[in-house]
Design a protein around this ligand. Structure first.
Ligand code: NAD
Ligand code: UGA
Length: 332
């Protein structure tokens, strides 16, 4: 399924910085960049020496001399030394997740997604770093009528998280418009899945429920739809955003088709060969009914389109999950 061939655009990148490199998307991106020939400085406040998820996410990079990990909080660490001589900054550090952004954790969202991003962008301008690729989110669109969202649509964020992602994106674009500021591509990722997906996310939980027989909590009626995007496709789009000659603005990164949560449950059950028992719960505030990406700009600006469909992406995800956890096994 790999798209990382000798022609992969990562070969055009000499030295890059990835923030959030111990996270789900950041660790895959860092690994793909290293495989493509780049030298990567990864920055994350999670320490792979002491933190289990960070350690597992970075396991493939542990013995690669092309990857150097810096454990640091972007809210207060010196940023410029990490950026010197970098061609591109991939800024993926942030606090994700729609539902937990209500209530007392909002300060953490605001600090990491907005204040830390401002520090990062100021440092980029001071050293003249030419390109920043920032992780934005489909959540900036908010509730739609089901039609595909186009980058020029008016954003209507429906959760505190989405408000911070829109602010982050706009902040980056404001810095880009300043004299000496970097050119910025803000990738609006649509619900990314695949091996190492965060454990709060639905596909991970559905596959885990199928593999273990544990019950799955379903918020709402399950008819909500997502334009689920396989991690390898998201990574390929992200690298392309780092190497295109000129760039400004938001770009959708979606999977190319939508599926409902009930469809995801059926796929997980059929891949594993076990029915999933549901605990039905109320729909959560801030969750939108449908996300659907218009991919015209992604195709035009990045020369990119998704390649991995939901069924084969979920199969790859399930196989890694099952192999990493010997206690989990396929029922049939
Ligand atoms: P993740 O939580 O797995 O990774 C984010 C990483 O950022 C974490 O390792 C965290 O420790 C680090 N981080 C947070 N604040 C930091 C700080 N102040 N200093 C240093 N490191 C910090 O999340 P993910 O799913 O990989 O998402 C990565 C990015 O993509 C986030 O910005 C998220 O908002 C965005 N995004 C994700 C999805 C998705 O479906 N996963 C969709 C849209 C947008
Ligand atoms: C995901 C990421 O978590 C966000 O960080 C990201 O910004 C967003 O995608 C995006 O596309 O921008 P979300 O679409 O909510 O957010 O993805 P999941 O967390 O996988 O949830 C998908 C659906 O499953 C939601 O309706 C949620 O309520 C539901 N769900 C989730 C459950 O029913 N049960 C669960 O245990 C978890």
């Amino acid at each position: 399924m790999s798209q990382h061939t000798a022609e992969h655009p990562a070969f055009a990148l000499r030295r890059v910085v990835v923030t959030g490199s111990a996270g789900f998307i950041g660790s895959h991106l860092s690994h793909a960049l290293v495989r493509g020939g780049a030298r990567v400085v990864g920055v994350d406040r999670r320490d792979p020496g002491t933190e289990a998820v960070a350690s597992a996410n970075l396991a493939e990079l542990r013995d690669r001399p092309e990857y150097v990990h810096v454990t640091a909080d972007l809210l207060d660490c010196p940023i410029e030394p990490m950026l010197i001589d970098a061609d591109v900054l991939f800024h993926l550090a942030g606090v994700p997740g729609v539902r937990s952004s209500w209530g007392p954790r909002f300060g953490d969202y605001l600090a990491s997604n907005v204040l830390a991003t401002h520090r990062v962008l100021e440092a980029c301008a001071r050293i003249g770093l030419p390109r920043v690729v920032v992780a934005s989110s489909s959540s900036v669109y908010g509730s739609t009528d089901g039609a595909a969202s186009v980058e020029t649509d008016r954003p209507q964020p429906a959760s505190p998280y989405a408000v911070t992602k829109l602010a982050e994106e706009q902040l980056c674009l404001a810095h880009a418009g300043k004299r000496g500021g970097p050119s910025v591509v803000a990738l609006r990722y649509f619900t990314v899945y695949g091996p190492r997906q965060r454990s709060d996310m639905f596909i991970h939980r559905a596959l885990q429920a199928a593999l273990t027989g544990q019950r799955l909590r379903l918020y709402g009626d399950g008819h909500q739809r997502r334009d689920f995007t396989y991690i390898e496709d998201a990574v390929t789009a992200t690298i392309a955003a780092g190497v295109i000659p000129t760039a400004h603005g938001p770009v959708n990164v979606g999977g190319g088709a939508t599926a409902s949560l009930l469809e995801v449950i059926n796929i997980a059950s059929s891949l594993v060969g076990r029915d999933i028992q549901l605990d039905r719960d109320l729909a959560r505030s801030g969750d939108v009914i449908t996300t659907r990406a218009d991919l015209g700009r992604a195709h035009e600006a990045l020369g990119w389109q998704p390649r991995v469909g939901l069924h084969s992406g979920m199969r790859a995800h399930m196989e890694v999950l099952a192999s990493q956890h010997p206690s989990l096994s396929r029922a049939a």
